[in-house]
Design a protein around this ligand. Sequence first.
Ligand SMILES: [Fe+2]
Length: 180
Amino acid sequence: MAEIQIRNTGEVIHGEEEVRSFLASQDVLYEHWDTSKLPERLQGVCHLTDGDKEEVLATFDEDIRSLAERRGYQKWDVISLNNDTPDLDKLLKKFEQVHTHTEDEVRAITAGSGTFVIKGAETGYFDVNLTPGDVISVPVNIPHFFTLSEERQVVAVRLFIDPEGWVAHPFADPEFEGSK
Ligand SMILES: [Fe+2]
């Protein structure tokens, strides 16, 4: 279950209702998938073969298609990051830059964990700490970035409207520098 921390105030928001209603107020989609549907050998596992990734997609096929139908996603895939990912530190450094996209960024965490840092309209930057089953979508043109948590591993399903056009536009923001 996701938990939120507002950087300026240190306020922590947890509990399903509270998290849902805060994210709804920020126009951030938040849903939950049942990760107990995964075969036992894949639960909590972030080192995946290509075959395992196909199995993750097959497990959540109904959830994926429901989301795609409602929100216009055309393509989806699975990514995994872990300590064996080449240049993980370099990759994280690249990730940890505030940016925007011209389509929304949707991620469903199926194992491991991670954090989206998002710029709220009135709250300033807030962290959304995600655990397995959490599904989130950062709206179009909202400054954000994604990073791993301390366990440094995650598996996520990504859905795209147009994978070709999904480009990160850097967003230099003095307000973010102040929120670190
Ligand atoms: Fe992004």
